[in-house]
Design a protein around this ligand. Structure first.
Ligand code: FAQ
Length: 316
């Protein structure tokens, strides 16, 4: 049984959510709201950090100095996004060490998309165009999330994601319009491999999404998984026409009645397999993160030793 005081706090919280108010870290919140946010924000942070790996694979092999500088900046931005998001999640009372430990021991999820390999340079462009495009579609509504520290972090992240999306599209446009037939084929091959996994990024269909109803009620999610996926398909089809590539879906066509593109069935068994740890690169990604953490142990030790020494110094 809950105390009268707790019920009153709950009522006040619900009224604030209904009025569209933002909740700050110091405000009272129901335990389930705190846990849901912690789950989503930490998964999002892990996605940014693991998401550095597929493209990071191409930094040493970028075709020109300009493309290398752009890619370096993009991958560094992703590291920055992970850090803002861990900081936002820490305001909910869990330490970054605990979150990182959950990632490294395989307990925490991160986006399914980063478990696919980057086989050619065109994959880097396609990740920018489609994966960052999907990320923006999903993340712009989170700038209005009811939890203010998350919403604030998302504003800057979305601005940087727009640059990421543009650089990917620009790189593909160069290959499609000025490249050789082999380069155009490479772009089409990358699009074929990334299209379906990108559609899976938005999460399971609404009627199979256990968290959606409550997250929508709390204003954590503003637009449903399926509605975002549809918006993304509609926007991508027009951009594909500009590039001169096609998507690997014979059922993709304009539906004048719905005023949207229809598209084929998504293989949800593949999605759940990848989320469950058995995608093409899941093991490789986790191994790389754990190795990076272990290799950085000396930096953490040196920083701690330095801090201890500083603390022992007489104050000036
Ligand atoms: N992968 O009930 P729902 C980026 C899980 S963008 C893995 O619908 P929810 C930028 C879900 O966690 C990518 N797992 O869940 C970048 C839940 O499991 P749980 C990151 C997924 O939370 C670009 C279960 O399925 N973006 O990093 C996925 O209401 C390029 C049931 O699902 C974000 O995280 C998936 N795709 O909705 C970086 C955005 N989908 O936790 C580098 C913020 C679902 O109960 C390079 N997150 N699951 O055990 C969100 O908007 C939401 O969390 C959703 C899922 C929409 C992802």
């Amino acid at each position: 049984l809950r105390s009268a005081e707790e019920l009153q706090l709950q009522e006040r919280f619900d009224a604030r959510i209904d009025a569209g108010d933002f909740i700050e870290a110091k405000d009272w919140m129901p335990e389930h709201y705190r846990k849901t946010l912690l789950r989503q924000i930490s998964q999002h942070a892990h996605s940014e950090i693991v998401g550095m790996l597929p493209e990071g694979n191409w930094i040493t092999r970028a075709p020109t100095l300009k493309r290398k500088a752009i890619l370096l900046a993009k991958v560094q931005d992703e590291g920055g996004h992970g850090l803002y998001l861990y900081a936002a999640a820490e305001t909910l009372g869990t330490s970054r060490d605990q979150m990182v430990d959950a990632l490294h021991t395989g307990k925490a999820k991160y986006s399914s998309i980063f478990n696919y390999p980057t086989l050619s340079w065109a994959d880097v462009g396609v990740i920018g165009w489609l994966v960052d495009g999907a990320a923006i579609m999903n993340q712009v509504p989170i700038c209005r999330c009811s939890y203010a520290p998350y919403a604030r972090a998302m504003v800057r992240i979305c601005r940087e994601e727009s640059f990421h999306q543009r650089q990917g599209f620009d790189s593909l446009l160069t290959m499609m319009k000025q490249g050789t037939q082999a380069q155009r084929d490479m772009v089409q091959d990358a699009v074929n491999r990334w299209w379906w996994p990108t559609l899976m990024m938005f999460g399971p269909p609404d009627d199979q999404s256990p968290n959606s109803a409550q997250s929508m009620r709390w204003g954590i999610k503003r637009i449903s998984n399926d509605d975002l996926r549809q918006k993304f398909v509609d926007a991508s089809q027009e951009q594909a026409a500009v590039l001169g590539v096609s998507f690997p879906d014979p059922e993709l066509r304009w539906n004048a009645e719905r005023q949207h593109y229809d598209f084929g069935a998504i293989d949800w068994s593949e999605f759940w397999r990848v989320v469950g740890g058995d995608g093409p690169c899941n093991r490789e990604r986790l191994t790389a993160r754990v190795k990076a953490w272990d290799d950085g142990a000396w930096v953490r030790e040196a920083a701690l030793a330095h801090a201890e020494k500083q603390a022992q110094m007489p104050r000036k």
